[in-house]
Design a binder for this molecule. Structure first.
Ligand SMILES: NC(=O)c1ccc[n+]([C@@H]2O[C@H](COP(=O)([O-])OP(=O)(O)OC[C@H]3O[C@@H](n4cnc5c(N)ncnc54)[C@H](O)[C@@H]3O)[C@@H](O)[C@H]2O)c1
Length: 319
């Protein structure tokens, strides 16, 4: 993700990239090929020497707390990738640091900037489906993603957190209870998880997240999101194979709604729009579109799902 952020920020009006931090020198080289700026092996050196006004944290899912808190303590505005954290304690620590600092701090729940989900939210708020009865969502990614991430993070944290956030945001209802079951592979990594969430008002959300697609699956991710109500239904289907690029190495598929980097053009899609909305808020032009508390609430729900998976029992979620 850091590379995608660099590609967007490189052409963002009024933005200068003052530095990158990554302990992996290959990642620093890749970033500097997108836009030249000093590279630091430690984020603390970046904060001390480059003194950024704003920091984007794109570290692995379970390693957001330290760079996020240090950036806020250094007075920088913060955009931190989803999930905000992988424990409620880490999420609360980032939230407390933001309150101490008083600088704008936002969590990157990217799909809120996908026009299809935003339209679904507007329609639900306008009464377009009547009273919401059921949210049904699935998010399946390729097994290669599990091989890359599965040892440190579950599909619930990495994938289901998107749909947890969308279910809350689109229905406007908090989650009050969670249950889950899952399938593990021979290494013990969670491959498939099925989640049930009870929403305020009594609607049910059923979400599944998996890292079970074959690596050859077009676009390597397959999603669906449906809201059913007393008078209608809204469906946001997958766009996994929307744009096919054919070249000597074969065919690659791109979902143009999220990260679209058409050859010869600057990046387009939800990530560009998310970063642009963050920059507007940092400049004081607009309110923060996704305040940290939204990330804290999503973390609480996923933490409850993890507990439910382990205990095979319903787990209440504090609202
Ligand atoms: N919104 C989306 O659709 C989407 C898609 C992919 C990833 N993500 C999120 O983006 C984040 C990063 O995911 P990724 O796929 O880029 O992970 P990745 O593992 O490919 O890259 C993470 C990078 O962070 C570096 N790193 C580790 N510790 C660091 C530290 N203390 N300081 C600086 N750098 C450090 C690693 O060396 C690595 O280069 C995760 O939170 C993930 O959930 C979001």
């Amino acid at each position: 993700m850091g590379r995608r952020y660099a590609a967007v920020l490189r052409v963002a009006p009024g933005v200068e990239i003052v530095g990158y931090a990554d302990p992996d020198p290959r990642a620093l080289d890749a970033a500097r090929r997108i836009s030249p700026a000093p590279g630091f092996a430690d984020h603390r050196a970046l904060l001390a020497e480059a003194r950024p006004d704003a920091v984007c944290v794109c570290t692995p899912d379970d390693l957001h707390r330290e760079p996020a808190v240090d950036a806020l303590d250094a007075g920088a505005a913060l955009l931190v990738e989803k999930p905000l954290a992988t424990t409620p304690e880490d999420a609360d620590a980032i939230q407390r640091a933001a309150e101490r600092a008083g600088t704008p701090a936002m969590v990157g729940h990217l799909l809120r900037f996908d026009a299809r989900y935003a339209a679904a939210r507007q329609a639900v708020a306008a009464g377009g489906v009547g009273r919401v009865l059921h949210v049904r969502a699935f998010r399946s990614a390729a097994a290669a993603d599990r091989r890359r991430r599965g040892a440190r993070i579950s599909a619930l944290w990495h994938l289901a957190v998107h749909d947890v956030d969308l279910a809350r945001w689109i229905t406007g209802c908090e989650v009050t209870a969670a249950a889950a079951s899952g399938v593990t592979d021979l290494d013990g990594a969670l491959v498939v998880a099925a989640a049930h969430l009870v929403l305020e008002g009594g609607a049910l959300a059923t979400l599944d997240a998996s890292w079970a697609l074959p690596d050859a699956f077009a676009g390597r991710v397959w999603t669906g999101f449906t809201v059913m109500g007393t008078t209608g239904c809204l469906d946001v289907p997958s766009t996994h194979a929307s744009v096919a690029a054919h070249a000597a190495g074969g065919v690659t598929y791109t979902d143009p709604t999220r990260f679209f980097e058409p050859p010869g053009l600057s990046p387009q899609g939800a990530l560009r729009d998310e970063i642009s909305a963050f920059l507007d808020a940092v400049r004081g032009r607009t309110a923060l579109p996704v305040p940290l508390v939204e990330g804290v609430r999503a973390v609480r729900v996923v933490a409850a799902l993890e507990r439910a998976l382990a205990s095979r029992a319903w787990v209440p979620v504090a609202t």
